[in-house]
Design a protein around this ligand. Structure first.
Ligand code: NAD
Length: 592
């Protein structure tokens, strides 16, 4: 018969434990909440009181419900008080010996049929379980941060966990309004195993000064629609916890990409543990606060830095494909005169027609007027001759992704364009310096990597080469702001910021599927529900196209020579078979 949970225990009331207590109490279950000392008990009580007060203030909880919720929780510093609990969830720091000690003690306190669960993110549930007299009743119950908000729970079954224990914990998770997924006992389970390689990579970008913390975070928010950037997420998770998770994953899998970036350990040692200590990658108003305040790393504006900007009034765009058309529309909408160059008169016309159609749609939705359309279209000059770009202040090229074609174009632009004109490429994969090096003005050459559709996506990666002049960078950053875009600036490496962080993670998901650790559905659910990502990795791969994804992964592999970046064989095979995703009706999934 299934267990009925009326009283549960939670041990450790830190970042996770306090939230887990709230989840149970909100759902009508009595909770015995245990901390290490009376002082820590009071801290834990404070967290619950503040969290429920916020819910009350926002009208998400009534005073009566809040009183009842708090009334269900008994705070204590004695493990013996857990004796009547049908389930105990442990959420103490991520240290194996600490957890094993606690399990050994709790095992003696609770009834024989009580379930013992650990909220560990990466430690072996099996190793924790054998510290008890009955490992069959030990299970992992991995909540996500913040526990009251995120609707996902990984239920970890060891090779000996009883089936009835798994079933009962699953049913309980559902009763708590969470979506449970059962997986085996492997470091990181689904979500962290995929997330932490990405987080660690982002930290190493920051450590290497490849981009600023703000730009790394903005890139993933505006380029991928992530609710939070990776460094802000590290601060939320806690750098000490993140370190332990990476370290455990590295020790188990020996994947170099999981070896914690050195700066994490340094920050933990210095007490910079993230939000909970008031400072991590960012500085917060107070410990526990989510409000970021300025510090020494906060970027200064070009104005404050007193960088003289070049004047941009007339713009040139070369190309007539999807990206070029979008970019032309963005410039024209922002009030710039645009001369665009296509290879044939018909293409010149097609671009204009496409932009007119886009305006008609916007007018239909009440988002633009006929006057807006007339004004924007009036700013367009289409031509088939590059010579017409002689007097523009900046050229953005978006021609085919072929190095030879782009280099010839840059040689020509170098001859034609006036001195001081900025030459930008929107390449997503070629080294920008390859375009700069064929000109006599490499200091004026820069990358402006727009995202598709350019009219909609807010992000532009501004890619500076070893030669790009500071005033060119500042001018392009300022131009992006005038276009209503968010500019992030980075060095000239394969994948820039977004693709370099995104594709190794997608590849890891394929490898996890290939290893039969979890299904594509469970992996997608984990990343969407547990990490609030807009799409699961398989959903996204099918949308992007498996051929495009494979090409990007190969580039990253060739540039960085990281074994972990080598494309998963399964992806290669799907591409070989012609299963390219939505566009062919079949990829990781079938589409009608
Ligand atoms: P934390 O440092 O914020 O909190 C741990 C709490 O445990 C502290 O309040 C500490 O006083 C208390 N504690 C220490 N020893 C104790 C003892 N002997 N008895 C009772 N309480 C004790 O850590 P956290 O981030 O909440 O992590 C807790 C667990 O949850 C870890 O296993 C972690 O891997 C896991 N987890 C963390 C996250 C996250 O995002 N932070 C997400 C999911 C799971």
């Amino acid at each position: 018969m299934a267990r009925d949970f009326t009283q549960v225990g939670v041990i450790g009331l830190g970042t996770m434990g306090a939230g887990i207590v709230e989840v149970f109490a909100r759902n009508g279950i009595n909770v015995v909440a245990v901390e290490a000392s009376d002082e820590a008990v009071e801290r834990g009580r404070g967290v619950l009181e503040r969290s429920t007060q916020r819910a009350l203030d926002r009208g998400k909880l009534t005073q009566e419900d809040r009183d009842a919720l708090i009334g269900r929780v008994t705070f204590t510093s004695a493990l013996a008080d857990l004796k009547d609990c049908q389930l105990v969830v442990e959420a103490v720091p991520e240290q194996l010996e600490l957890k094993r000690g606690i399990f050994s003690e709790v095992d003696k306190v609770v009834a024989d049929d009580a379930i013992l669960a650990t909220n560990t993110s990466s430690l072996s549930v099996t190793e924790i379980s054998v510290a008890t007299s009955n490992p069959k009743r030990v299970v992992g119950m991995h909540f996500f941060n913040p526990a009251p908000v995120l609707k996902f729970v990984e239920v970890i079954s060891t090779v000996v966990t009883s089936q009835d224990v798994i079933e009962d914990v699953k049913a309980l998770a559902e009763r708590l309004g969470k979506m449970p997924v059962v997986v085996g006992d492997k470091a990181g389970f689904i979500a962290n195993a995929l997330l932490f390689g990405y987080l660690n990579h982002a930290v190493s970008m920051f450590e290497q000064k490849y981009a600023t913390r703000e730009d790394i975070d903005a890139a993933m928010r505006f380029g991928c629609g992530y609710p939070m950037g990776p460094l802000a997420l590290m601060d939320l998770i806690g750098l000490d916890t993140a370190y332990e998770i990476l370290d455990t994953m590295y020790k188990q899998g020996r994947d170099r990409l999981h070896a914690p970036s050195p700066i994490i350990k340094q920050m933990v040692t210095a007490g910079l543990k993230g939000r909970k200590s008031g400072k991590g990658f960012y500085t917060y108003e107070a410990p526990g606060s989510s409000k970021v305040v300025d510090d020494a790393l906060t970027p200064v504006s070009a104005e404050a830095a007193q960088t003289a900007l070049r004047t941009i009034a007339k713009v040139g765009v070369v190309g007539s494909g999807t990206m070029a058309t979008g970019i032309i529309e963005v410039f024209a909408k922002a009030g710039y005169d645009v001369t665009y160059v296509a290879r044939a008169d018909a293409k010149v016309e097609a671009v204009r027609a496409s932009i007119e159609k886009s305006f008609d749609k916007a007018i239909g939705r009440g988002k633009a007027t006929e006057d807006d359309k007339a004004a924007a279209v009036g700013r367009l000059t289409g031509t088939t001759s590059l010579d017409d770009l002689a007097d523009v202040d900046i050229v953005v090229e978006a021609v085919v992704e072929d190095l030879k074609v782009k280099q010839t174009l840059f040689e020509n632009l170098d001859e034609i364009c006036k001195p001081g004109a900025i030459l930008a490429t929107t390449t997503s994969s070629l080294p920008v310096i390859q375009c700069g090096a064929v000109t006599k003005r490499p200091e004026d050459v820069i990358g402006m990597h727009f995202f598709n559709p350019a009219q909609v996506m807010k992000l532009v990666e501004v890619v500076t080469t070893v030669s790009t002049a500071a005033d060119v960078t500042a001018t392009v950053q300022d131009l992006c702001a005038k276009l209503g875009k968010v500019a992030v600036t980075c060095g000239d490496r394969a994948g820039f910021i977004v693709n370099a962080l995104l594709f190794p993670y997608l590849n890891d998901a394929v490898k996890m599927l290939e290893a039969h650790y979890a299904t594509a559905d469970d992996i997608d659910t984990a990343m969407k529900t547990g990490c609030s990502l807009p799409m699961g990795p398989f959903e996204l791969l099918d949308v992007v196209g498996l051929d495009v994804s494979l090409a990007i992964e190969r580039e990253l592999y060739v540039e960085f020579r990281e074994r972990g970046f080598a494309p998963a064989p399964m992806l290669e095979h799907l591409v070989t078979a012609g299963y390219l995703g939505r566009k062919t009706g079949r990829g990781f999934r079938n589409y009608a």
